[in-house]
Design a protein. Structure first.
Length: 46
């Protein structure tokens, strides 16, 4: 988030979670025998 910090110094962004979507992604990756990799999940949600 350094770009955000550079553009908006002093502003704190709250971290948003999507537990239902993350659980569904985890279920599907396990069924497909894929690795549940946190950065990859973040990109899917973005």
């Amino acid at each position: 988030m350094s770009l955000i910090d550079d553009l908006f110094p002093g502003i704190q962004l709250e971290t948003k979670g999507y537990p239902e979507i993350e659980a569904a992604i985890k279920t599907q990756t396990e069924q497909a025998q894929l690795v549940h990799h946190a950065p990859w999940v973040l990109k899917l949600i973005q």
